[in-house]
Design a protein around this ligand. Sequence first.
Ligand SMILES: Cc1cc2nc3c(=O)[nH]c(=O)nc-3n(C[C@H](O)[C@H](O)[C@H](O)COP(=O)(O)OP(=O)(O)OC[C@H]3O[C@@H](n4cnc5c(N)ncnc54)[C@H](O)[C@@H]3O)c2cc1C
Length: 511
Amino acid sequence: MRRQGSYSVVWFKRDLRLHDHLPLRQALEHGPVLCLYVVEPSLWAEPDAARQHYGFLLESLRDLYRDLRQLGGQLQVVTGEVTEVLARLHRSAPFSRLYSHEETGNGLTYRRDRAVKRWCQAQGVAWHEVPQFGVVRRLEERNHWQAQWEAFMAQAVAAAPPHVPSVMLPWSEPPPSPDALGLPTEEPPARQRGGRRAARQILADFLAERSQQYRGGISSPLSAPTACSRLSPYLALGCLSLREVVQETRLFAARLPASASRHRAGLQAFISRLYWHCHFIQKLESEPALEFHNLHRGYDGLREDDWNPAHFAALTAGRTGWPLVDACVAMLRQTGWINFRMRAMLVSVAAYPLWLHWRPVGLWLARQFLDYEPGIHWPQMQMQSGTTGINVPRIYNPVKQARDHDPHGLFVRRWLPALRQVPDTWLFEPWRMPEAMQLRHGLRPGIDLPLPPVDLDAATRLAKQRLFALRARPEIKSAKAAIVEKHGSRQRNALRGTAKSVDLQQLTLDL
Ligand SMILES: Cc1cc2nc3c(=O)[nH]c(=O)nc-3n(C[C@H](O)[C@H](O)[C@H](O)COP(=O)(O)OP(=O)(O)OC[C@H]3O[C@@H](n4cnc5c(N)ncnc54)[C@H](O)[C@@H]3O)c2cc1C
């Protein structure tokens, strides 16, 4: 048994790396460390948890384990609730310092962190928490937020420590299987693999090659899988630090020849997304309740009483009959990823023509997205569902989106083999095919193909009427100012002029 205070505990959470890991560096200043990761059964029992998240986590832990071993360190993976694990550890080998990054997670991690804080106070353990993003805890006002983000991103990136003298846990156990955690069996077979090694390769490849297609390539579901960085799951688990990515991107852009303007513009547009990453997480950090409640409480009751299980079942089964929607669901099931525009389109279809409340849809999507990041996900769910009250709702028509972004039907045909025979003219609205054509191709809407559960135009019109009638009410309008003050972006033409032109749609919708 060690003397009280003779080692520090470094609690790895969603920061699975040694590079740019300030808590680890700070802990090492005091001597040996115990590098701890806790698999929390209660967290994995939450309705936003999925088997693919756990698989990606284990792969990332494996890389971290190897990296620590190379530095003489040891990663200790323990299963249990965090306060219980800390208490057990403290009983067998008392410690007085706990180090971790700040986390903006779901409601459970918020409550768990409060419990850990209480436990530390009761035990006289000093808990040192360090920000890992440009997200400000206890932010008082948003006006200087962008400058704070820039200052955070400009701080030196700490290299991995040369040596990690480690303390071993008095007990050890392998991480539980996904079945033992009760995780449902579905898992996208072609999802990205976890770990810092994969993350570094993807970043290098994106900077050198794929970012040239970023502008103009990220909206279509055909080009987006390669044009987008594909770094989101690695940022969500902290296999890469955001600061590391921002700095390397800026350096790479600065070294490009003057003639590489398209490439440079792609990298600038990418940086603006990294800014949004924190801008959105800040909303959940400042208002954890927005995971559960409408940001603008005047919208309470808008959809709650109209829940339609058949609409939800059609959406989640990928059987809405709107080909682009169903193709996106099929891609998600296979890969765990779709691009921003298609995510926004899916949520818009759920929220307007299908008139579904964002919370159950958001839980389903959280499980589908390998990169689930509560601080981005829930504000986006609300924004695309029109319940923030402060941005003009954008309603995506899935037929128009298909014509704009999949004009030859390549995406739809790839993911929906049943539609391969449908001629281009009817591809995005196969239920309109003349009967003779249906017979010729052996495709009967409603039998061989799902029929849309509602008339798209009529249902969307009704949804707009309901939403805009509410928005027009004086009490709804008057509550808007306080939300803008707390959560609204002050960024307009900032970030070196990139944001305005990059994705106007995102900014016009921005909170
Ligand atoms: C309803 C909805 C839910 C979403 N849920 C998530 C989520 O759970 N996790 C998640 O990481 N992203 C989420 N996004 C944002 C965005 O779709 C993904 O970040 C992006 O598709 C991930 O792919 P990428 O890393 O290749 O993106 P890139 O375009 O290469 O962007 C790089 C990084 O910037 C950040 N970013 C990009 N777009 C946005 C955005 N619109 N808002 C905030 N940050 C952004 C992400 O960290 C992303 O990894 C959601 C969007 C919508 C509309």
